[in-house]
Design a protein around this ligand. Structure first.
Ligand SMILES: *[C@@H]1O[C@H](CO)[C@@H](O)[C@H](O)[C@H]1NC(C)=O
Ligand SMILES: *[C@@H]1O[C@H](CO)[C@@H](O)[C@H](O)[C@H]1NC(C)=O
Ligand SMILES: *[C@@H]1O[C@H](CO)[C@@H](O)[C@H](O)[C@H]1NC(C)=O
Length: 299
C-alpha cells in the first residue's frame, strides 16, 4: 500500500505523552438561552434569547470535563460532523494528555453520517501518526452511566440558579458549577486558544467510505499497523470483524481540511435581540443584545 503523508505534526503534546490508554467521552448538552433571570419565569419565557451550545469532552481518568461553549454567532457550522470533529481535534491538539492510545466513548444518538465522519477522523489521526490506536465505543443498552451527563447535570443546577447577562456569565456558570474545578469552560473564540472549524467531511470523503450498517455496531477499533481497517463489534463480547474503509489503496492525505469561518448572526437575529430581548434586561446585557450596525431587514 502506498500512501503519502505530508503532515505538520502538532508539537507540544509529546512531552506529556503517556503510555496508558486514556478514556474520553464526548457529547452535546441541551443548548442554553441567555440573558436569563435566576429562578424566574418572566416575559423572556415567550422570546428566543441568544443561544449558546455546549459540547463536553470528559477525561475519565482526571474526572475533568472541557465545556466547549459555542455562542450563537459561531453556530453556522452546525452541530454535525464538522463541529464535533473540529472540537475533538482542538481537544487532542491543545487539551489532551498526548496519549498514544485512546478510547472515545460516545452516545448512540448521533446518527450514521456523524459517526462515520468521526471514525474517518480517527483513522486520519492513526494514519498521520497522531495516535497509535483509537477505539470508538457507543453506549450499549443497559449501560446508563455516561460521564458527560453527570458533568452537564452539575452545570444545570448552577445554571438554573444564576442570573446570566453575558457570555462571560455563561462561562462563569460552568466554572462555578464544580466546586473542585472539574468543569472547565472553553469559549470557541478564546483569544489565546481559539477553536478552528474545518470541513472534515469534505476532506475525508475522497479517502474513506462509510461503514455499512454502522448503527448496528457499538465498538470500532483502528491501529496504525493496519492502515484503513476498522475492527467492528456489535457488543463488547463479540468477535471483531474487519471493515476496510479506504476507497483506494493509494491516496494522499495532505495538510489540513478547508477552514470554515463562522458567519455571525443574521441581520434579522441581531435586530430581534436588540428590539425584543434588550428591553427585557438591564444595561448589563448590552454586549449580548448590542445595537446592530447592519440595516434592519424590511419584511
Ligand atoms: C441558589 O441561590 C441562592 C441565592 O443566591 C442560594 O442561597 C442557594 O443556596 C442556591 N441554591 C443552589 C442549589 O445552588
Ligand atoms: C463542506 O464540504 C461539503 C462537501 O464538499 C459541502 O457540501 C459543504 O457545503 C461544505 N460545508 C460548508 C459549511 O462549507
Ligand atoms: C443506535 O441508535 C439507532 C437510532 O437511534 C438505532 O437504530 C440502533 O439500533 C442503535 N444501535 C445500537 C447498536 O444500539
Amino acid at each position: 500500500m502506498i500512501f503519502f503523508l505530508n503532515f505538520i505534526l502538532i508539537t507540544g503534546q509529546r512531552s506529556k505523552a503517556t503510555d496508558a490508554t486514556v478514556h474520553y467521552s464526548f457529547d452535546y448538552s441541551q443548548q442554553v438561552f441567555y440573558p436569563q433571570q435566576a429562578q424566574a419565569v418572566g416575559p423572556m419565557y415567550f422570546k428566543t434569547p441568544r443561544k449558546c451550545q455546549c459540547f463536553g469532552v470528559c477525561c475519565e481518568s482526571s474526572g475533568t470535563q472541557i465545556f466547549y461553549l459555542v455562542d450563537e454567532a459561531f453556530q453556522s457550522v452546525g452541530k454535525g460532523a464538522n463541529s464535533v470533529t473540529s472540537m475533538l481535534h482542538h481537544h487532542f491538539s491543545h487539551l489532551g494528555y498526548g496519549e498514544r492510545n485512546v478510547v472515545l466513548h460516545m452516545d448512540n444518538c448521533s446518527g450514521q453520517n456523524k459517526n462515520n465522519a468521526v471514525i474517518g477522523y480517527g483513522m486520519w489521526r492513526v494514519l498521520t501518526g497522531l495516535h497509535d490506536s483509537i477505539e470508538f465505543s457507543t453506549m450499549e443498552a443497559g449501560h446508563t452511566k455516561f460521564s458527560p451527563d453527570w458533568h452537564f447535570g452539575l452545570w444545570k443546577v448552577r445554571w438554573r440558579n444564576t442570573t446570566v447577562n453575558t457570555l462571560e456569565d455563561v462561562v462563569e456558570t460552568v466554572r462555578l458549577s464544580s466546586r473542585n474545578g472539574h468543569n472547565i469552560p472553553h469559549l470557541v473564540q478564546d483569544p489565546e486558544n481559539p477553536v478552528q472549524f474545518y470541513n472534515w467531511t469534505e476532506f475525508l470523503k475522497p479517502v474513506f467510505k462509510p461503514i455499512p450498517n454502522l448503527l448496528s455496531y457499538h465498538h470500532f477499533r483502528m491501529t496504525s499497523d493496519k492502515p484503513g481497517i476498522v475492527y467492528v463489534r456489535r457488543y463488547a463480547s463479540d468477535a471483531e470483524e474487519a471493515v476496510k474503509i479506504l476507497k483506494k489503496d493509494s491516496f494522499v492525505l495532505n495538510g489540513m481540511p478547508p477552514k470554515l469561518e463562522p458567519l455571525g448572526l443574521s441581520a434579522e437575529r441581531q435586530w430581534y435581540l436588540h428590539d425584543e430581548i434588550a428591553p427585557l434586561c438591564n444595561s448589563l446585557c448590552a454586549s449580548t443584545c448590542p445595537r446592530p450596525d447592519v440595516p434592519k431587514p424590511t419584511k
